[in-house]
Design a protein around this ligand. Structure first.
Ligand code: SF4
Length: 118
């Protein structure tokens, strides 16, 4: 089976062709200009990961808090992580880089603030 994937690691956006076995294993990757593309294509076929960004309301602040996962989480976990984040209300003051939720839903990723709200 053949799968076409666009690398999102840099603005070049190489279009890569991934050959998969019937069992879904990656047999080859072509079309990438650098090794990062090969790694991304294999990861995308086996276990797609994404960094999640969100904006949370903060009690007492007219400005919401932008947050993100400190590391990528499985793409399948995004809806559940977003549901969990909808219940989170950060407490002022918050500094950029503060951990808002540790190891959200046991994904291994912390939710961190991407800005300060004092
Ligand atoms: S394969 Fe390399 S050059 Fe091509 S988009 Fe990915 S990171 Fe950029």
């Amino acid at each position: 089976m053949e799968k076409v994937i666009t690398c999102i690691n840099c603005p070049v956006g190489c279009r890569m062709t991934v050959m998969l076995s019937d069992a879904g294993d990656v047999l080859s990757v072509s079309g990438n200009t650098c090794p990062r593309g090969d790694k991304y294509a294999r990861q995308e076929c086996m276990l797609p990961l994404r960094v999640i960004t969100a904006v949370l309301p903060v009690p007492g602040s007219p400005t919401p808090l932008s947050v993100k996962t400190a590391s990528p989480v499985p793409k399948d976990a995004i809806p559940e992580v977003m549901r969990e984040l909808s219940r989170v209300r950060p407490v002022l003051p918050v500094h950029a880089g503060d951990v808002i939720v540790k190891n959200i839903l046991d994904t291994g990723a912390d939710i961190v603030a991407t800005r300060s709200l004092l």
